[in-house]
Design a protein around this ligand. Structure first.
Ligand SMILES: Cc1cc2nc3c(=O)[nH]c(=O)nc-3n(C[C@H](O)[C@H](O)[C@H](O)COP(=O)(O)OP(=O)(O)OC[C@H]3O[C@@H](n4cnc5c(N)ncnc54)[C@H](O)[C@@H]3O)c2cc1C
Length: 459
């Protein structure tokens, strides 16, 4: 198989998928290539799912600008794609006089940088918003514009939009070698060669390795693991804001936050690791998280733990994003998107499209595009049986009782133009097996249904 494209995007994480969606607005032949069987299965599957405003990123940097723009665009565009956004706000809490001084300085710097929504608040307001917080909080920054989002459906919605509007998606297609000849990049994969005039490397943790295939060695990866504990939905009434400590210069600290699915999340830790594939949750990491919960919100520990997981930040030797255009070579690196890529995704996509379409290739903006909508997986979201689907027997048969997911929703996920290729991917598309029992009761039935529907699907 050998095809020629205008643009090849390598890596279908939230960043690559957002860029694919953005470029689908242009009359360009674009392919999105992913090593794994599903999109969003790398760094993008394990984060805190907080939609940052940019006010907690280093001011004056590209990251700060792109997070702020991404936040603005996400609020404007996500609802039409069916993506839930819950603008619950955040409290960054100071526990002593030193932290209070640091917080006041942070607030001044934030306002000077043009972020005006945050307010300094005292103990009364803190405890009004979080009555179960441990005693001793002295002041906080209340940021009403920060929110929480669905980290799994976001790359899916972007990719579905991209594919619906003409982008080709190739999964299980790792790029193993890249060479420039005859005025084009030849990307070698086990499924054949992909030829493209321009390459955008969105390889996440493999970013430096993919750059090296083309002869570029501008940065080295310094992966940083972050572990999390997911508490049961019974804990949700304890917290209705994102709760943060005063950040250290290089680490934002362990936060506590509701998820859009109705759980409470505690994390992440921050650990330098050698192996970018070391997705282990460790005893030490969990002890750190439990200690943080005990210090700030001890009643959380009265609730069951639903799951633990970890994410790995694709950090580099420098703190900033490594977005490196090489217009004459037609290679653009979008690397080092460490801690804010979900929030910044639509900002990064716009920025990258500006570079690619302006400096690397020519593409007319399309006059019309087709809108897409993904199912809402948020707690209290608009489910099919609430929405005129009650006549469909498959929407009346629950397969995952913890999350209340029906056979019909699994069937719909598998009928998507981008169907899940594994049980793990199906979980991210539907939330099946993501609940309290983690698939203990429903796992075998879900697997059988997945296998049957996958076989029946036209290839
Ligand atoms: C602990 C933690 C907490 C976070 N919290 C937040 C948060 O609250 N808010 C926020 O905005 N951001 C947060 N982030 C950051 C966010 O998750 C990342 O910035 C974002 O997911 C990075 O996406 P990506 O597309 O660059 O990388 P990835 O999602 O890793 O995508 C890269 C893709 O490239 C593929 N790939 C690799 N090699 C190849 C190859 N050779 N050929 C083809 N494909 C290849 C991979 O399989 C992968 O799918 C957090 C991150 C972590 C780790």
């Amino acid at each position: 198989m050998s095809d020629r494209f205008d643009i090849a995007i390598v890596g279908a994480g939230v960043v690559g998928c957002a860029i694919a969606r953005e470029l689908s607005r242009y009359a360009l032949r674009t392919v999105l290539i992913e090593a794994r069987s599903d999109l969003g299965d790398g760094v993008s599957k394990g984060n805190s799912a907080v939609l940052s405003t940019g006010a907690d990123t280093p001011f004056g940097t590209l990251e700060c600008r792109l997070v702020a723009r991404g936040h603005q665009r996400y609020l404007a565009e996500a609802p039409a794609m069916g993506l839930p956004v819950m603008p619950i706000g955040s409290l960054t809490v100071a526990w002593n006089e030193t932290e209070r001084e640091r917080l006041e300085a942070m607030h001044k710097e934030t306002v000077a940088a043009g972020f005006h929504s945050g307010q300094l608040v005292g103990a009364d307001e803190i405890y009004r918003r979080v009555p179960h917080l441990s005693p001793g909080a002295v002041s906080a920054i209340w940021e009403p514009e920060e929110g929480i989002v669905d980290p799994f459906s976001t790359p899916y919605a972007y990719a579905l939009d991209a594919v619906t509007n003409g982008v080709e998606f190739r999964s299980t297609c790792p790029v193993e070698r890249a060479e420039r000849r005859d005025g084009a990049w030849h990307l070698h994969t086990p499924k054949g060669e992909v030829v493209a005039d321009t390459v955008i490397n969105c390889g996440g943790l493999a970013g430096a390795r993919i750059d090296a295939m083309a002869g570029y060695t501008d940065f080295v990866m310094r992966p940083r693991r972050g572990q999390f504990i997911v508490f049961d939905k019974s804990a949700r009434p304890l917290l209705d804001v994102v709760l943060k400590p005063v950040p250290a210069p290089t680490y934002r600290g362990i936060l506590m936050t509701p998820t859009v699915f109705g759980n409470i999340l505690v994390g992440p830790t921050s650990e330098e690791i050698e192996d970018p594939d070391d997705w282990r949750v460790t005893r030490e990491g969990l002890d750190t998280l439990v200690a943080a919960a005990r210090k700030m919100l001890p009643r959380l520990l009265e609730h069951e733990v639903t799951a633990t997981y970890c994410g790995i930040r694709p950090g580099t030797e420098r703190p900033e994003y490594r977005i490196i255009p090489r217009p004459s070579d037609r290679w653009l690196t979008v690397g080092g998107i460490r801690s804010t890529g979900l929030s910044a995704s639509l900002g990064i996509a716009e920025h990258v499209a500006g570079i690619v379409v302006g400096e690397m290739t020519k593409g007319e903006r399309k006059l019309e595009t087709t809108a897409v909508r993904v199912p809402s997986l948020a707690a209290g979201g608009d489910r099919p049986w609430l929405n005129g689907g009650a006549d469909d027997a498959a929407y009346r048969e629950i397969i995952c009782h913890c999350e209340g997911i029906t056979v019909g929703e699994v069937r719909d996920a598998l009928a998507s133009p981008l169907p899940p290729q594994s049980l793990k991917a199906l979980k991210r598309r539907t939330r099946v097996m993501f609940g309290r029992c983690q698939g203990f009761f429903c796992g075998a039935r879900v697997q059988a249904l997945f296998d049957r529907l996958s076989k029946e699907r036209p290839q």
